[in-house]
Design a protein around this ligand. Structure first.
Ligand SMILES: [Zn+2]
Ligand SMILES: [Zn+2]
Length: 414
């Protein structure tokens, strides 16, 4: 929850959250083996309560109704004593969690709606927040981000690539995988499977490296300068895993490439031209023999640049820290996200294309609120588009008003 949310606005949002949790058909999903999980809650006064545990759904629901958290979390881990301190909990295993968030995915619009300011020295910039301040080196920032529709669509595409890898390459079944909209700027993928439960951080890092294409060595695929007459003998035809992803990515790239696309990858104009004018031959040898073929003056270095670009395109951009943390607390499905007033909501893998975060994530469907909007870009809630607004008083449907208030773009007026 935004620290600067106005007192009266906070009071109103708190009331709305209270009503939401009081609802008879509250759609909060209690995790499997819930009595082995740790729960954590952020209060409306910004106090984090951890090491809670509940024996059953009723206990959890009663707590939600009484406490009315701004945010609610549970552990991906299972513990013998979930309510004990960290070192006495007795770790039994953990689900595998992926967080795909616009915070980590470069989009063209990110530069227009996301800003960061270094708390150390005040230096600021637009777009993705850097890991360290380029001026003073500190790693603490104040950020102002926007849950933008284009960014969320991009995040969904990343989630789709990830799901494909989990099912095709790791052999997980869709029954072991759940997908959720986080309620803010991304998607969560939860994997619950006996096969992964006991994996330690290091093993989970291996999975992270695989899906994000980290440490990818093109020589492993035959892309190196050998002694033979051919510059290289690429072996891309084993049609599974990354080989398959590379072949389809390469076919797609070469087929659609324009001369300037090669230039963008740092390939000289005459070499780009050679590829461009031999498109048909390249596509034929690649799809039939799994080889990149021998085009005059197009050598290993050039193909390496192209393949590395394909790896970037085909990999899934996930938050690596979340997946490797075997004690991580994650947002509880069905609870509200205090950054937006939208809820974390799941959907079947088969409904991925039709899922609409700004429709299916709506929690408040009744009434309206009068707000003063400081500034907000145009946004959509349900089928209605609102704004852009700048310093103006408007009456909005509750979900739209709460959205702006939670993002600290507006205050409720009495
Ligand atoms: Zn700084
Ligand atoms: Zn965007």
């Amino acid at each position: 929850m935004s620290g600067v949310i106005r007192v009266y606005s906070k009071f109103i949002v708190n009331q709305l959250f209270r009503d939401y949790y009081a609802s008879k058909n509250l759609d909060v999903i209690s995790p499997s083996m819930m009595n082995k999980r740790e729960f954590g809650f952020l209060s409306f006064d910004n106090v984090m309560i951890r090491h809670k545990s509940f024996l059953n759904k009723n206990e959890l629901f009663n707590f939600l109704r009484e406490f009315v958290p701004a945010d609610a979390y549970y552990s991906c881990a299972y513990y013998e004593n979930p309510q004990a301190n960290m070192d006495a909990k007795g770790w039994l295993g953990a689900d595998l969690i992926f967080d795909i968030d616009a915070d980590h995915i470069p989009t063209p619009c990110g530069k227009t709606h996301d800003e960061w300011t270094c708390i150390g020295c005040g230096f600021s910039g637009k777009g993705i927040t850097p890991e360290k301040c380029p001026v003073c080196g500190k790693a603490k920032f104040e950020t102002k981000t926007w849950p933008c529709e284009v960014c969320l669509e991009t995040a969904k595409k990343e989630a789709t690539k990830l799901l494909d890898m989990l099912i095709q390459d790791f052999g997980l079944s869709d029954k072991e995988i759940q997908v959720f909209f986080s309620g803010h700027r991304g998607y969560h993928v939860h994997v619950e499977s006996q096969a992964i439960r006991a994996l330690d951080s290091v093993s989970r890092k291996e999975i992270v490296d695989y899906v994000s294409g980290l440490g990818f060595d093109v020589a492993f695929y035959g892309l190196y300068k050998g002694k033979s007459k051919k510059h290289f003998h690429s072996t891309f035809l084993n049609i599974s895993g990354w080989r398959k992803r590379l072949v389809s990515g390469l076919l797609n790239f070469i087929f659609n490439a324009k001369a300037e696309d090669f230039k963008k990858l740092g390939i000289k104009a005459n070499i780009g031209q050679s590829i461009f004018s031999n498109k048909d031959l390249i596509l034929k040898t690649l799809s039939e023999k799994g080889e990149l073929g021998l085009i005059k003056n197009v050598g290993v270095k050039t193909w390496k640049k192209i393949v590395e670009h394909i790896v970037k395109v085909q990999s899934a951009k996930i938050d690596t820290v979340v997946t490797t943390d075997i004690h991580r607390l994650i947002r509880l499905p069905g609870t509200l996200n205090s950054k937006t007033g939208l809820k974390k909501v799941g959907f079947p893998l088969s409904a991925m294309d039709d899922f609409d975060p700004f429709k299916h994530g709506i929690a408040f469907r009744k009434g309206a609120l009068r707000v003063f909007v400081f500034s907000a870009p145009a946004f959509r809630i349900g089928s209605e588009v609102f704004g852009p607004y700048i310093n103006q008083r408007v009456e909005l449907p509750t979900a739209a008003a709460v959205f702006l208030v939670c993002k600290d773009r507006a205050k409720v007026v009495e």
